[in-house]
Design a protein around this ligand. Structure first.
Ligand code: SF4
Ligand code: SF4
Length: 190
């Protein structure tokens, strides 16, 4: 919920952390419809979760056959700490005050999910970065880092997931080899 206007875990926020005379205001998550009192309908997040294709290992991989490098384990470990509190989703200005953006924007929680899958060496879906940009609204994020600031798990959402994905999307789009291949294709067609 929101405590004095800031998305926080109510269960982990001690009254003692406020000044003795400070008024403490508790309100429901603002980015989502209210069901009743402090209860918000966060089903938007589950809908977005379902739009992301699951982990896709090679079909012929036998159980116990694959070995991961420690470095690959550590890269995505951070993102698996997510407790799905959706505080990052609530604070993100792209949807917080813009209901109309919800259709095309998955939000920071799901950018780290896509990044986690994209970093997994056994995942065979090679287009996750492109779909993050084209289908999940990665380009709408303007790296304000508000999501990182409120994450109770201290996941560096912006620095370690969003920015690297944005950089790789640009690399793919402006890769000279790809651009040259595209030009050749167009010439052949004309
Ligand atoms: S960094 Fe991007 S995803 Fe995070 S709160 Fe800002 S706009 Fe939203
Ligand atoms: S990334 Fe952090 S703030 Fe966002 S849902 Fe996960 S734990 Fe909560």
């Amino acid at each position: 919920m929101e405590i004095n206007g800031k998305p926080r875990l109510a269960c982990m926020t001690q009254v003692a952390s406020f000044d003795e005379n400070e008024t403490i205001t508790v309100t429901p998550l603002r980015a989502f419809p209210i069901i009743k009192d402090l209860v918000a309908d966060v089903s938007f997040n589950y809908k977005k979760a379902m739009e992301i294709p699951a982990f896709a290992p090679p079909k012929d991989l036998a159980p116990g056959e694959a070995r991961m490098e420690q470095i690959d384990v550590e890269r995505s470990q951070e993102f698996r700490k997510c407790i799905e509190c959706f505080l990052c989703q609530d604070t993100c200005h792209v949807i917080r005050d813009h209901e109309e953006n919800k259709e095309s924007f998955a939000g920071p929680r799901f950018f780290i999910r896509i990044a986690e899958l994209d970093m997994h060496p056994l995942d065979i879906l090679k287009n996750r970065k492109r779909t993050a940009q084209e289908e999940h609204g990665l380009g709408m994020c303007n790296i304000t880092k508000c999501c990182t600031e409120v994450c109770p798990e201290h996941i560096r959402i912006t620095d370690n997931a969003i920015i690297p994905m944005k950089e790789r999307v640009v690399d793919i789009k402006y890769d000279p080899a790809r651009m040259f291949a595209g030009l050749l294709k167009r010439e052949k067609r004309s």
